[in-house]
Design a binder for this molecule. Structure first.
Ligand SMILES: [Ca+2]
Ligand SMILES: [Ca+2]
Length: 493
């Protein structure tokens, strides 16, 4: 009996607690601005990976309940290059995909042992330009996500969910006055099944802009199928299946999104318009892959014509059962947190994949053996050259290396191989070096914004410290002079 009691005590925490100490921006009640990069930390209890789920508080009662809807999720892996310490030690510190939705909601972190839940508030932009209106569906369903897109190729977006009367309100950058923006609906939470979502464009004027949107009822047509990996295994509870593209009815174009909810029992079914022909579209089911080693690559499809009341289309995602390995060097030094991407060549359906380099510059790009070859590439930073910056490789290949050098001084044989140990702690950047020199130091956020920049800093041999106040998040520290450039990622929790 004593023995079993002992076992029970040992097992009890594993059974009951699961993922714990979940914090966003070092807080268990985080408040942040929409689209702000977020840091995440927490402790795995029973696993080396966890799902981070993001729910919108649809009924706005500050309680996570059945009314609320799962809008997005990502998977995190202990020890991945996205984990700050890169070590499998039950602790994770990294970044979360920014949340483009204003309003209140919940983060839920789940591993095999259980879940940890915290509330969040995502604030509107602090601007005076606003777009508001009513999303018109017959029962004024709350929780419809109204999405505004703008910027180059409309890649920047801000969204808000509707209240119980169907109203939305979104602050947008004041710089958009005088410009056209796209506005539409993404029924991320699948609260209005049976409707499709038209997109529109409107001219923004100073102050308040009013735009009502009517969702369109479908004609009962259904698109359905099974979701399996390329070995035939059903994909369970891991995918958000979105159809994203545009179709025509007569000569009217309906760009839109259809969402099939998140999670699955290995099959899907979504409402769609009969007679619609989707010319440019994609299924988005790679949302799990945004923060980590991806599990599956994205499949590309070409044609989708909805000719009857029921259209069957099975979805195959490609399991990453092999990898391609190499290093990225800048000035001969392995470079941390550098993005390496690839496209499948021999079987284009397999799609694309990316990863980050580890702190010593090595990378391991997960890919599927369903394509014999891949084009592996990097984006060369401004002011640098890399030849080649695109390499064709087969699964299992190693030594697929990229050598990046500053433009113009490629021929210098005695490049200074400066090395620095960098830690950010208590508001200070500590730099250890054996290379006394005058350098320029920049801190660059993952969104590409420079948050700190100072030139001609004299670093002495040994330990140096700089006081730098930055918000929570992941940054790249760049130390450079005319001879060398060194990049290292840091995290402020
Ligand atoms: Ca609620
Ligand atoms: Ca770790």
């Amino acid at each position: 009996m004593k023995k079993y009691l002992f076992l029970l005590i040992i097992l009890f925490p594993l059974i009951c607690f699961g993922f714990s100490n979940l914090m966003i921006n070092n807080s268990t009640t985080p408040t942040f601005y929409v689209n702000e990069t977020l840091s995440i930390s927490g402790v795995f209890e029973a696993d080396t990976s966890a799902d981070i789920k993001f729910y919108t508080d649809v009924d706005r009662n500050n309680i996570l309940d059945n009314t609320d809807k799962l809008a997005h999720f990502v998977k995190i892996f202990d020890g991945s290059p996205f984990d700050a310490d890169e070590v499998q030690n039950n602790i994770y510190m990294g970044l979360l995909t920014p949340i483009p939705v204003c309003g209140k909601g919940f983060f839920v972190a789940i591993d095999n042992g259980g879940a940890d839940t915290i509330p969040f508030t995502s604030l509107q932009l602090n601007t005076t330009t606003n777009v508001s209106g009513q999303v018109i569906v017959p029962d004024s369903t709350p929780g419809i996500i109204t999405m505004i897109r703008y910027g180059y190729q409309s890649e920047v977006g801000i969204a808000s969910d509707t209240d119980s009367s169907g109203y939305y309100s979104i602050n947008i950058p004041d710089s958009l006055v005088g410009q056209y923006i796209y506005i539409g609906i993404m029924d991320l939470a699948n609260v209005a099944p049976g409707y499709v979502c038209p997109y529109d464009s409107i001219l923004i004027t100073t102050g308040s802009n009013v735009h009502n949107i009517a969702m369109i009822g479908t004609d009962g047509a259904v698109l359905q199928g099974n979701i399996t990996d390329n070995f035939g295994t059903p994909i369970l509870d891991t995918f958000s299946l979105s159809l994203y593209g545009s179709f025509y009815i007569g000569t009217t174009q309906y760009p839109m999104n259809l969402i099939c909810g998140i999670g699955s029992n290995g099959s899907y079914s979504m409402d769609i318009m009969k007679g619609s022909a989707w010319s440019y579209w994609t299924f988005l089911y790679n949302t799990v892959s945004e923060c980590l080693y991806p599990l599956c690559t994205e499949r590309k499809d070409t044609n989708l014509i909805i000719s009857g009341p029921v259209t069957n289309m099975n979805v195959v995602v490609y399991k990453t059962d092999s990898d391609i390995n190499g290093h990225v060097y800048i000035d001969g030094i392995g470079t941390d947190a550098f993005m390496v991407k690839c496209d499948a060549i021999t079987n284009e359906n397999v799609g694309e994949m990316y990863t980050l380099t580890y702190s010593d510059g090595h990378y391991s790009l997960p890919i599927s053996t369903a394509s014999d070859s891949y084009g592996v590439y990097i984006e060369v930073p401004t002011g640098y050259t890399c030849d080649p910056s695109y390499i064709e490789a087969a699964y299992g290949d190693t030594g697929i290396n990229f050598y990046i050098n500053p433009l113009g001084i490629k021929e210098i044989k005695h490049l200074n191989k400066a090395k620095y140990d960098i830690i950010y702690k208590n508001g200070k950047l500590f730099i250890n070096t054996d290379n006394e020199s005058s350098v320029n130091i920049n801190l660059i956020g993952v969104d590409g914004r420079t948050v700190y920049s100072k030139n001609n800093i004299l670093l002495k041999n040994g330990s140096n410290s700089l006081t730098i106040n930055i918000r929570s998040g992941l940054y790249f520290v760049e130390i450079k002079n005319s001879e060398s450039r060194f990049v290292k990622k840091i995290i402020k929790l």
